[in-house]
Structure formats: C-alpha cells, structure tokens
Design a protein around this ligand. Structure first.
Ligand code: IVH
Length: 680
C-alpha cells in the first residue's frame, strides 16, 4: 500500500481507527455518490480490513456509525429514492484458501455439523448491484443498491437492458424482487471506449465503472446505447409462492421465469470443492468475456442460511473469495522512450514494482503522448495500474489528490534516444517516430529480433543480448546478414562458445524452410501482424502475386483496409526492401507457393462476424476456417454482414445483427455448416 493511504497513527489505536474511518467514508462517498473512485478496490479492502481488525482487537472502540457497520453512502440527487424492504447487504471477503476453510469451519460449528456443507459457488461479477421488482410478473421498479437500505430508482434505465425481462414467464409469483449484478461485457467495454476515444469523449477506466456510470444516467436513451447485461443472483422479496428449499434451486426457478442466471454457477459439497471451483475460475478468468473479481460461496440450504443469520453488514452464510486484484496503486518513477522496429517512439512508464493481476509489474506502456496528456501524468504521481488477463499492464489513471509537489511533466524528446536522429510527429498522427530508419540501431535491433521471433522465422537462440552485439559490431546490418554468419565469427563474441555458435548457425539454417505467412510477418511491415500475413498468404498464394498487387487488389484481402494496403505498398516500393528479400531468397529462404483462384471459393464475397464465446474452438480457429472458405471475417456488424455466429455471452453485436436482420447462427449450426463444407 502506498504511504499516507492507511491513516497510520503510530501506536494509538483510537487515532488509527478514527483516521481509517474518515478515509473509508471519503472513499464511500467518492464511489457510491460521485461514481468517481479514487483508489482501486484492493486498497479500499485493505483499509476496511485493517479497521475490522482493530475493531475486533478493541471492541470498546466500535461505534455504530463505523463504516464496518454500514455499507456505502447516500444516493445522489437526480433519482428518486427507493427503500429496500429487505436490505441489500454486502459480503465478507476472503483472500486465501485458508480463509475460505476458516469460513467453512465457522459455518459448521454454528450448524453443529460434522460432515460437508453444501455450497453454491458463483462467479463474483464486477459490476453494479441492482434490484428488480416484479408484480404480477411485470417489471414495476428497478433500483440501485445505494447504501444497502436506500437506493435510486433507475427503472427507466433498467428497462433499456435486453437482459432485463419486462415480463416474466408463466407462473410468476404475485411479488418477486430479484437481485443481481449489472455488468458491461469486455468486448462491449472495449468498443465503447474505442468509440469514446475517437470522439474525444470520456473513457471509462474499467468495465465496472462503465456499468455503474451507465446505469446512473439521467437520460435512459444514453443507457440504452451502452452494452449492459445482467445476471441475477438472489431473491429479495417473495409473495404468493413458496421459496424453493435452496439457493441453487431458487436460481434455477429464476431462470425458468426468464431471468438471466450465470451458467458457471455450481452446487458443490464441502469446502475443498469450493476451493477447486475458485482455482478453476481463476484460470479461466480471462476467457469469460466479462470481469469477475472472485467467486462467492453461499451455503445452499435456505434453512441453514436462516439458522446462520447475519452480522451487521454481511450474511454469515456467504463469503466473497477474492481473486488477486487487477488494479493497484503505485508510483510513477519515470518515463522512458522506446523505439520500435517501425521507428515508433513509445513512452513506457517505469513504476515502483507492484503486485497486480498475479504478477509483479514495473513497466507499463503509455502508448503515445496523447495518452500521457489524457492521463495528465507527471513523474512522482501515484497511479492506478491495471493488469487484466493477459493484457499488458496499463496506467489507467492518476490519483491527482496525491500528487507530490514538484511532480515533473513528461515531454516528447526531440531526438531519438538511440541514434539521435530527429523525432517526427506528423500533423494529425498520434505516433511519434524516429526518422533514422535502419540507421537507428534500435530499429535494426527490434527488426532483427522480430524477424527471428518464434512466430516469425523462429530462430532459436537469437535473443536480445546477442542481437544487440551483432548490430553494435556491425556484423548484421539487415536480416539477410544473419544467413551469412559463420561459427568462427560467432564463437569469437562475448559469452559465446563454439557450441552455442554452432547451434545458432544451425538454427539460422533450419529457419530457411518456412511458410509464406511467416515470412511476410517476419518482414515487419507496418500494420502487418500475424493474422494479416496469413490472410495475405492465403489470398495471394505467392510473394510475387503480392508484390504485383496494387492497393485496391490488396484491399480485397480480409483484414486489409486502406491503411494496411498503403503500408504494404510503401514497403514493397522501397528498392532496398526488395533487395533484402532477394538476398534472403538467395540465401535459401523458401516456402511453398500456390496459385489461388479466389472467386471459386464457396464463401467468396461474404462477410461474417463472430461474437460471444464458442465451446468447440477458439474464435481464431473459427475465423481461419471461414477464411479458408473465402469469407472475410469482420470485427463489427454492419448492413453488409452476411452472417453472424453468436455464442454465449454475445452482446451488442448480436443485438445489432438482429436490428439489421442479419442471419444469426448458433454454435451448433455453425459447426454443422463447417462440416457440410468439409472443414472443422
Ligand atoms: S450475493 C447477501 N452473489 O458483490 C448477499 N453478490 O460484495 C449479497 N456480487 O453487492 C450478495 N456477484 O454487487 C452476490 N454472485 C454474486 C455476486 C455478488 C457479484 C456483488 C454484489 C454485492 C457485492 C458484495
């Protein structure tokens, strides 16, 4: 935790408690009322835990108005208030398997049980809790959780959400109040932010804030445009029907009534099964398509829940088992500028090392100068760092309130930190570039490293250090020089023996046998990533056909738009580049070429979109199959889309497809389609 945030007051517990309370109240207000949290949840949780610990240690110091005794803060102006007849409570947190076992032990002790307790395990969605009230099967009111006692009436907004049924199915009770979490699926969050960035509007720092912010729009038309979804996880009030015997059965009933319930929910026996569930979901966290910050384990039997009851703010029968935080606070120590293989000068944040998203992070990309400006980032700032799934760490915001005096602004250097050539930033472009081209050792180094990388030419043993030496000693000027390196030359280099030199020469020689797609990718042409290289290879079949294609012919390739076509042409029109290719071919680099008849492919001219998750294959594999059949696979739905394949979790794209009347296929139909066409 960063200094100053804990409210440490030496040895005086009363003072520490007081300052913790003040700090927590302030965060509650920022979070619940202003929708503008200052610190990540992990830090808030630590403050709360510390306060709980101290209050447990000094029970005399517990006060009725302590934040441990209440949840959240009062609702903001603008919405009318809703009193929750059954309070919307919070959950106690556990941060380790042992704490989950402690919870189970307490549960068993209270129930006087020796054997296993049956639990219902659920993903803990990271969104905003709401309550939906149905009377006679019709949605009559929706409310935010607010402080747990009083929330805000957001009925008009909830009505805009496709996953909130306005009427329940046959058999609905007279009164049913359900609770659940509203969230923004990750693809929706990313496309929403991309759009907002393009329009120069405010971007959301994470999907949770996006969901909470979208729900609290005073204009429901704005909410309607936000890709929100909801999963129900409990019943509040129930009249006119008897409650099922357990939580899992209750959720199944809600599902039958037409409410959305998370498909990952499982009923399990005993605490070890809860731990297994936790570990399994932790591994699959990044694949879910929405953010979760842990799992919730609930005693399944309602009779047992009633017996266990509540303590102040949380039930004794449920526990939130938190995952490692995906956001943490740390300090920005400096900003370095890195030069990539296309000369792009990228600012990189140097951070006080911090454990976030399961790894220790000490660097984060800052993308470009616009991003630094947008964040208003200064050296010395306390920053929130986020690492979700496999995504590279990001600085998502600055905690301006903690800015130290004299924090230094960051400016773009005028010359390249490596070769001292001018740095250029053409009007209207966000990326600054070193103008040195291959004169710049950094560009040459990264170009060669990219060429040798596993997914490109796959030359084992050619790492960063060695490439640095080869470039520095002018043994390798461009990638074709790699094929002329001899064991003698290499063995004489620092930290290289005869054996590793021989291995490297062999690896270089073996790399000559490759595929056109890998070769194209290895050339490091701007905007030509692996997927584009594959599309190009599949479409044209030979390098000569690509070299001969003009920009419009290049744009016929799925994935290739005007920008990529332009970069391709610019690369291929550069005589030096063609010379390098010729030298590589002369050195024996080769691949299979074929003649492709485009128009004859069955899906030629069609554009497909894949959305949601697929069980039988990844979306990348599905895309390859479709491209093999001649279809173009696009990222967004338009009127021109031929078909949409929608798996579970499909959101805005599916809705758009429905709106445009585009044909929609589920996974089963898609798999059949592939089989009918002899692929898959
Ligand atoms: S049950 C009395 N189940 O976590 C039990 N909560 O820290 C109340 N949440 O306010 C909650 N997923 O917003 C429950 N499957 C789940 C949940 C869940 C997310 C949120 C909810 C609640 C917060 C408690």
């Amino acid at each position: 935790m960063s200094a100053g945030s804990r409210g440490d007051s030496g040895d005086d517990p009363a003072k520490e408690i007081e300052s913790l309370r003040a700090e927590i109240w302030r965060h509650n207000h920022l979070y619940y009322v202003l929708d503008a949290p200052e610190v990540p949840d992990a830090e808030y949780d630590r403050l709360m835990r510390r306060l709980q610990e101290l209050e447990a240690q000094y029970p005399d110091l517990v006060a009725p108005d302590s934040p441990t005794q209440r949840v959240g803060a009062a609702p903001a102006d603008g919405f009318s208030e809703v009193r929750h007849e059954v309070p919307m409570l919070s959950l106690d947190n556990a941060f380790s398997a042992d704490e989950v076992r402690d919870f189970d032990r307490r549960v068993r002790e209270r129930l006087g049980r020796d054997g296993d307790v049956t639990y219902c395990c659920e993903p803990k969605l990271d969104g905003a809790a709401i309550s939906l009230l149905y009377e006679g099967g019709r949605l009559v009111r929706a409310a935010t959780r607010g402080d747990g006692e009083t929330g805000e009436d957001i009925t008009a907004n909830a009505r805009t959400m496709p996953s909130v049924p306005l009427r329940l199915a046959e058999g609905a009770p007279a009164v049913l109040e359900v609770r659940g979490e509203v969230y923004m699926p990750l693809d929706g969050f990313e496309s929403f932010n991309a759009g907002a960035r393009e329009r120069g509007e405010k971007v959301f720092v994470n999907p949770r804030n996006a969901a909470a912010g979208s729900l609290r729009q005073l204009d429901p038309r704005i909410t309607a445009r936000r890709p929100l979804a909801m999963y129900c996880y409990s019943i509040g009030r129930l009249e006119g029907a008897s409650r099922p015997a357990g939580h899992h059965a209750a959720l199944a009933w809600l599902r039958d009534l037409g409410l959305r319930v998370n498909p990952e929910i499982r009923r399990v026996n005993g605490v070890e099964a809860c731990v297994t569930y936790y570990n399994d979901l932790l591994v699959r966290r990044a694949e879910l398509g929405y953010e979760i910050d842990g799992v919730v384990c609930k005693v399944d039997s309602f009779a047992e829940q009633d017996e266990l009851g509540f303590v102040s703010r949380a039930p004794r029968w449920a526990l939130a088992c938190k995952f490692p935080a995906q956001e943490e606070v740390t300090t920005l120590l400096g900003v370095d500028f890195q030069v990539g293989r296309t000369g792009a000068v990228t600012p990189v944040a140097r951070l006080e090392p911090v454990f976030v998203g399961g790894v220790t992070v000490s660097n984060a990309t800052l993308h470009n100068m616009d991003e630094i400006e947008r964040l208003d980032l200064r050296v010395g700032d306390s920053v929130v760092v986020r690492r979700a799934g496999d995504v590279i760490p990001q600085v998502v915001r600055v905690i301006a309130e903690r800015r130290p005096r004299g924090a230094r602004r960051v400016s773009l250097p005028t010359v390249c930190p490596v070769c001292a050539s001018d740095i250029e930033r053409p009007e209207g472009e966000v990326v600054a570039r070193c103008s040195g081209g291959l004169v710049c050792a950094a560009q040459r180094r990264s170009m060669i490293l990219h060429f040798a990388s596993r997914r490109a030419m796959d030359i084992e043993g050619l790492g960063e250090r060695l490439v640095g030496i080869l470039v520095e000693q002018e043994l390798v000027h461009d990638v074709s020089d790699l094929y002329g390196l001899s064991v003698d030359t290499l063995a004489g280099l620092e930290r290289m023996g005869e054996k590793s030199a021989t291995n490297l020469v062999n690896a270089v020689r073996d790399s000559r046998e490759t595929t056109l797609a890998r070769f194209l990718f290895a050339l490091g042409i701007r905007e030509v990533g692996e997927a584009t290289a594959k599309s190009l290879a599949r479409h044209f079949g030979s390098l000569d056909a690509i070299v001969a294609a003009d920009e419009s012919a290049l744009q016929e390739v799925p994935d290739v738009g005007p920008v990529v076509a332009h970069h391709l042409r610019a690369f291929l029109d550069q005589p030096e580049n063609l010379e390098v290719i010729a030298r590589l071919r002369k050195a024996g680099v080769r691949w299979e070429e074929k003649v492709v008849e485009r128009a004859s492919l069955p899906l030629a001219g069609e554009t497909w979109v894949l959305t949601g998750s697929l069980e039988a294959m990844t979306r990348d594999v599905a895309r390859e199959h479709l491209e093999e059949l001649g279809a173009k696979v696009a990222g967004s739905v338009s009127k021109k889309t031929t078909r949409v394949v929608a798996g579970p979790g499909a959101g805005s794209k599916l809705r758009k497809a429905e709106a445009f009347g585009v044909e929609i296929m589920d996974e089963a139909a898609f798999l059949q389609f592939l089989r009918d066409h002899g692929v898959g």
